[in-house]
Design a protein around this ligand. Structure first.
Ligand code: B12
Ligand code: SF4
Length: 541
């Protein structure tokens, strides 16, 4: 591999004391370093992802793990009009030896890439570290860019403090699990890091946020409540679906904070900050019925509404008592990856066996009967052997969604188009590669509009999908969203909702979705917000 810069192989120098002495670090094989140095300091950056503030859990969790072992500042691109104007003077202060950035695929890259390049150009002695789903799944493109020294793969609670300590002490990071870096142009992977014990996790340092903005700005108003807090109470997922970006990071591993502590955290946020709604962003909040029950028992009557993500086949095995208790305890809506109503597709994406089309339909009605709204996401456009079969599958999936809406109209439906993720060794990945699909090799390509659209699951550039297919899916989506406007956009009001529904009726019933310009104009005028890209419609507090 040819790269212009090989960060970990080249000694990286950074200040370790305010008096400006420095130590060589990052040199493969370096063992002995000078005596332990003062705290190195890390600036953590959350690039822009959404228009309203939300608690940046990815960084708060690693900041909690670092504790007071080092000086930390956190800059949130969601709340700063010009993040560089905040970052630059902080770095110039000389307090920091490290720059850490969290990166999801998609628009977050648009800030992550130029800001990290700027850090490299203006502060070449700083060690730059990326973590999160994008670098974990595409480390090569990240490291080859020359502006990122280390990728922390998967959970950073253990790896980051160990990396900082090693570099400060002049030790090689090679024995620290969970890292990816370059040495002599070769990618070095240090192996899987153990997942943290979440019951031992210290309280999240919200004061890092409060230094720059009042906490209420991170607690927006949503359909769930006046102050919505995002919480992450487990890591990973015990399943291995072939299309899912979580799998390469966690490989079927899952750890959770106990129900008692989660309930305690929720009530603490309610009492301290007036939180009345929680969005659990866990990949799979509902893995254990016992944990969910224990949590719900503690939340009953506490005036907090909540939302989380789960699997249909898991929750379908929950007892009626548990589902009723969940509702009583404030559960309002659950997001499920339904993916497809077609059992053959479910098997192809390794979601079959336990979940079936019939179950998807039956469970929507069951959950609604308990007063909890199912939010089903479907993934259209999986690879099939021929173009005709791809079309046939798209029509079948659309037909299934219509059947679902007819049976249980209150079910929320979200549509995505399949964008491959590097789930090595799966039949789905092999099929994608055989069809000619390749990921880009550079960050410049990843930030291009075409690949951003891929990341957003809007127009994924997969060889088996024609532009006409993508258009057809989007046209159907526009008509469906007008016919059944999401409950999560509370700004719409009854009148707006009825207007959109009436306008969509002829197209929905006739099945003629082509070019629904009038509905697009209406949706734009009403600023109708779907949750696919930025989460629920939210208003700042
Ligand atoms: C909250 C969230 C959002 C928020 C934004 C959050 C923010 N940063 O401001 C919103 C709703 C806006 C959003 C939007 C999108 N998201 Co999003 N999002 C999530 C979600 C649900 C939770 C992320 C989170 O807070 N996790 C909590 C923390 C504790 O976990 P973590 O992020 O994994 O962080 C740990 C490690 O990764 C690591 N780490 C993370 N960052 C760093 C940084 C450093 C320096 C270090 C050392 C370590 C480290 O350590 C952390 C602690 O263990 C995840 C799924 C999930 N359950 O994690 C999806 C997820 C990350 N999103 C995803 C996607 C695809 C998107 C979108 C593109 C939407 C879409 N169409 O699907 C958009 C694009 C956003 C944009 N504008 O760029 C995918 C990524 C898939 C992939 N291919 O990699 C995920 C995995 C969902 C999924 N299962 O598909 N998202
Ligand atoms: S159950 Fe959900 S989070 Fe878990 S592997 Fe499957 S799609 Fe990913």
């Amino acid at each position: 591999m040819n790269v212009s810069r090989e960060p970990a192989a080249v000694p990286v120098r950074f200040p370790v004391s305010r008096r400006g002495s420095s130590v060589a670090v990052g040199e493969a094989g370096a063992t002995a370093g000078p005596a332990r140095r003062p705290k190195p300091g890390i600036l953590l950056f959350n690039p822009w992802a959404t228009r309203t503030g939300r608690v940046p859990n990815s960084l708060l969790h690693i900041a909690a793990a670092l504790g007071d072992s080092c000086d930390i500042e956190l800059v949130d691109g969601n709340l700063e009009a010009d993040p560089w104007a905040v970052i630059e003077p902080l770095l110039a202060s000389g307090r920091f030896g490290f720059f850490g950035c969290t990166v999801m695929p998609g628009p977050q890259l648009r800030q992550a890439v130029p800001v990290t390049r700027q850090v490299r150009a203006n502060f070449p002695r700083l060690v730059t570290i990326w973590g999160g789903y994008f670098p974990s799944n595409h480390p090569q493109a990240v490291l080859q860019s020359g502006c990122v020294d280390y990728v922390v793969q998967s959970a950073g609670e253990g790896s980051l403090p160990a990396l900082l300590a090693a570099l400060c002490e002049g030790r090689s990071p090679e024995l620290i699990p969970g890292l990816i870096f370059l040495r002599n142009g070769e990618v070095v992977r240090t192996g899987k890091a153990p997942l943290p014990d979440l019951d031992l996790q210290p309280a999240l340092p919200l004061d890092l946020l409060a230094r720059r903005h009042p906490i209420r700005r991170y607690l927006p108003r949503t359909f769930l409540g006046r102050r919505t807090h995002a919480m992450h109470t487990s890591m990973g997922c015990p399943f291995m679906c072939a299309f899912c970006a979580v799998v390469p990071l966690y490989q079927g591993r899952w750890v959770a904070r106990s129900a008692e502590l989660v309930a305690q955290d929720v009530l603490q946020m309610r009492d301290a900050h007036g939180v009345d709604a929680i969005e659990f962003t866990d990949n799979n909040f509902f893995v254990s019925e016992k944990r969910v029950r224990a949590f719900a028992e503690r939340l009953r009557g506490q005036g907090v509404a909540w939302w989380g993500e789960g699997r249909i086949d898991t929750l379908d095995h929950f007892s009626d008592q548990t589902l009723a208790l969940m509702r009583e305890a404030g559960c309002r809506m659950i997001f499920f990856g339904a993916e497809s109503g077609d059992d053959e597709v479910l098997a192809m994406v390794d979601k079959g066996g336990r979940q079936s089309g019939a179950q998807i339909l039956r469970f929507a009605a069951r959950l609604l009967s308990f007063g909890i709204t199912p939010e089903y996401s479907f993934v259209l456009g999986f690879p099939r052997p021929t173009e005709a079969e791809v079309w046939a599958q798209i029509h079948r999936d659309i037909g299934f969604i219509r059947q679902l809406k007819q049976q249980s109209p209150a079910t929320e439906v979200i549509l995505y188009i399949y964008s491959p993720v590097p789930t090595e060794g799966t039949a789905l990945q092999q099929r994608s590669q055989a069809a000619g699909f390749r990921f880009p090799n550079t960050l410049e390509d990843w930030v291009s509009p075409a690949w951003e659209s891929f990341d957003l699951h809007r127009n994924p550039l997969t060889p088996w999908l024609t532009p006409a297919m993508v258009r057809h899916i989007h046209d159907f989506e526009t008509v469906m969203n007008a016919r059944y406007p999401t409950r999560t956009d509370f700004s719409l009001g009854d009148w707006g909702r009825r207007m959109m529904q009436a306008a969509s009726l002829p197209r929905y019933w006739s099945g003629i979705y082509r070019r629904p310009l009038e509905l697009k104009v209406l949706q734009r005028l009403r600023r109708y917000t779907r949750p696919e890209v930025e989460g629920f419609y939210a208003e700042s507090n």
